[in-house]
Ligand binder design. Sequence first.
Ligand code: UDP
Ligand code: MG
Length: 317
Amino acid sequence: MLSVIIPAYNEQECINKIYASVYALLDEHQIDHEFIFVNDGSTDGTYHIIRELSAMEESIVGIHFSRNFGKEAAISAGLAAASGDCAVVLDCDLQHPPEKIIEMYRLWEQGYEIVEGIKKARGQEKRMHSVGAKFFYSVISRMAGFDMANSSDFKLLDRKVINVLNQMPERGFFRAISYWVGYRKATVEFDVGERADGESKWSTIGLIKYALSNISSYSTAPMQTVTALGFVMLMISVIFGVWALIDKIIGRALEGMTTVIIITIFIGSIIMISLGIIGYYIARIYEEIKGRPKYIISSVSRKEETYQTKEDYFIAP
Ligand code: UDP
Ligand code: MG
């Protein structure tokens, strides 16, 4: 069975469309399936639409978060709830073309354990976002040691991979983690289409935060650059120190005031930046050490009934 996982945040216009198009395809190719819609704390009619859908069909499950926890959390929840032999994760807005699911599924049948959707074209987006995305991916690709520029969250995973991901306690970056785990991989290229309806949920600030948190969750390199910078500064200060001493000896000391000021400012700013970077990592450690769940599920909707979760208030991370 194939589990179709769809994270949805304020997507009332898209839910029925994506369901209809994916269902038609899977039905046509006679692929046994289930749908898992993860409602990531939407504030529009998404909850009701998902509930109605899941009341109609046994194969549709709706998971509703108590608030917005972000797409990564929604994907984790979907993977934890999936009961298929494999699962495909795709965006709600039809930017991940459903036809490709069939291609991915066939590759899975041939024994591939991770089938990745690779973007051929990035589709329409704000210029600032595409420049930002380029920079972010060049940084993270270098750190991770593989090219991620065209990767996406559009992926089909085998049960083995899902089990591994479900056991990972960290709040990772789905794209990078599913690469990190290894396994036999295949890729499928796709064109990013226009959004079916509504608008992108990402603000520029949101994207910057997302990029920073992913870089830091994937690598401690920024913290190591602090050490490197420290050494560079040490060398520079040795040179300036010798120079200052010579000045002193030949009796020219006072003139160096400008240099002193420049050095003071320079070192001051480096120290502040370094502290900031270290502080950022400490904040991340603090977040993880609190051990809070990645998300809180407030209710689950299925055909039989919509129930409020009680003992299992959340699915443990
Ligand atoms: N999404 C989510 N939680 C969020 C933001 C987005 O579950 O906090 C979902 C959204 O409903 C969609 C997918 O993530 O299914 C991609 O979002 P969007 O289309 O806004 O992003 P973009 O395509 O611009 O990267
Ligand atoms: Mg989109």
